[in-house]
Design a binder for this molecule. Sequence first.
Ligand SMILES: C=C1C[C@]23C[C@@]1(O)CC[C@H]2[C@@]12CC[C@H](O)[C@@](C)(C(=O)O1)[C@H]2[C@@H]3C(=O)O
Ligand SMILES: O=C(O)CCC(=O)C(=O)O
Ligand SMILES: [Fe+2]
Length: 313
Amino acid sequence: MVVATQVNPIRMEKNREVEIPVIDLSANRSKVAKLIVKACEEYGFFLVINHGVAHHIINEMEDESFEFFDKPLPEKERVGSANPFGYGSKNIGLSGDTGELEYLLLQTNQNSVANTSKFSCAVSSYVESVRELACEILELIAKGLGVPHSFFSHLVRHFDSDSLLRLNHYPPVTHCFHRGTIGFGEHSDPQILTLLRSNGVPGLQISLRNGLWYPVSPDPHAFCVNIGDILQAMTNERFVSVRHRVMANSSPNRSRLSMVFFGAPPPEAIITCPPQLLERNKPLYRAFTWAEYKLHTYAHRLGETRLDHFKIT
Ligand SMILES: C=C1C[C@]23C[C@@]1(O)CC[C@H]2[C@@]12CC[C@H](O)[C@@](C)(C(=O)O1)[C@H]2[C@@H]3C(=O)O
Ligand SMILES: O=C(O)CCC(=O)C(=O)O
Ligand SMILES: [Fe+2]
């Protein structure tokens, strides 16, 4: 006998004064699509649970990441220093930004099949599963917005998709720590959609339209989803890429680890808004390629509002 269980697809997570939507992806697709679109319009940020990424894939990626960051510095530096890909410590990007973290930034289309190390196997499985989740969310967004099913997702599924994986390690900052020390400075993500999974150590904060910062409670069973600049442009600002930051880790003895997938288009993809989203509104951005946007991004500081450069004035 099959017993139908009532699934409530949304609960609200109380974070100080703001309730961040937590969306259950196992619930009815049409309902979920509407809830996701609402969350994207109101916050540009939400959490997903029952996301279908296998626990063992997440756990293996987490174990391999800790194993990597536990290595002596010269060994970590052997992978190549972040330029922008590779291992980085304290320096973020190429324009002088700094933070209280070390990280590994990886291109997802460069993970050679020939490399069969435990680490690269964990990366391949993780990236494959999380890319699938990102595409499923983008297809739900397309459904909720009434645009063709694969309008956004085909860019991230594309063979030449420029998606990235970033592993961020925030060791406890105990000496000279004061409230307000930054782990990773304020910014929006340039890509289409970001999926972030962290261990149980807090630090992530989002900035909402009122300009205040709200902490996001860490939930190792959920993925944080945030809208990137490209989706802001492709929705003609119906969605806004959420600004976020990470406070330095003040826990006495636990590191924060975040594993962040940035779903991006192929370099030559042309970024425009679909006609269904324009109706009587004028397009706010000129058409541009992801390659153009990336070049502009990397020439600027972390906290800059890079999309302004592509606005039609
Ligand atoms: C200072 C910078 C680091 C960054 C490239 C940039 O010039 C501006 C955007 C930064 C950012 C933020 C989101 C991601 O973590 C990231 C990988 C990205 O695509 O844009 C980083 C870049 C980086 O660390 O290389
Ligand atoms: O580490 C985190 O929690 C967020 C990091 C982040 O925003 C990024 O890597 O772009
Ligand atoms: Fe980010």
